[in-house]
Write a protein that binds this ligand. Structure first.
Ligand code: DX5
Ligand code: ZN
Length: 220
């Protein structure tokens, strides 16, 4: 399991502290939620923030684009230092082209799916992907409750990947905490995003380590 703390849930007046939590908390990736006020109602970070985060940490940045027309600024996000890039199936018209452009730019290419979008829409494009991000809340805000029906989507997606002998990783994002991470990983999820469960805790680094222990079957 790879852990990807979502800095959206951190104190945004102190990005360095948030990166410190990720580093000392044993994160594998730093999840960066880009929202444009169109695809989702909220507005968050853009290219200058991604660039400065990339300069401030050795951890790879996992940039989740919740924007309409994500292809328009893709080159700039790649140049800014995004190592993993996901764009929403619901927002991209030419998905095959977009995924190829991410890979050509040297990053891992992923498709994000809203909770209501079935995983089966990805059957044909799966071989062109490095990962699929399954939203387990409706995108737009940190701190929302986990939608349990998404666990079955992870199981179905894992089956689709294995039946084709592909190496596509599954990321789950939204509402993951100590009460559900074991279920999430058991369903075949490789990468767990966690925002509030880490940054909303009294001891964020310890919470990150605790999530990993639980995900790796350590029990509570
Ligand atoms: C929601 C974002 C998530 C969110 C995760 O639109 O994509 O990454 O910040 O935060 P929690 O874990 O609090 O749901
Ligand atoms: Zn996200």
């Amino acid at each position: 399991m790879q852990l990807a703390p979502s800095i959206l849930a951190a104190d945004l007046a102190d990005f360095k502290a948030a990166l410190g939590v990720c580093e000392r908390g044993g994160a594998d990736l730093v999840h960066v939620d880009v929202m444009d006020g169109h695809f989702v109602p909220n507005l968050t970070f853009g290219i200058p923030v991604v660039r400065d985060l990339a300069r401030a940490t050795e951890l790879p940045l996992d940039v989740h684009l919740m924007v309409t027309h994500p292809e328009r600024l893709l080159a700039e996000y790649l140049d800014a230092g995004a190592s993993w890039v996901s764009a929403h199936w619901e927002a991209v018209t030419h998905l095959d082209r977009m995924m190829a452009a991410i890979r050509e730019g040297g990053a891992k290419a992923g498709v994000a799916l809203n909770p209501a979008t079935p995983v089966e829409v990805l059957i044909d494009v799966l071989p062109s992907l490095d990962f699929v991000l399954l939203m387990s809340v409706n995108p737009g805000f940190a701190g929302q409750p986990f939608l349990p029906y998404v666990v079955d989507k992870a199981r179905r997606l894992r089956r689709l990947i294995e039946d084709r002998s592909l190496h596509v990783e599954i990321e789950m994002d939204g509402g993951i905490d100590a009460t559900n991470i074991e279920r999430v990983v058991a369903a075949g999820v490789d990468i767990c995003v966690a925002g509030s469960a880490i940054f909303g805790a009294e001891t964020p680094e310890e919470s990150a380590h605790e999530l990993r222990r639980l995900a790796e079957g350590g029990g509570r």
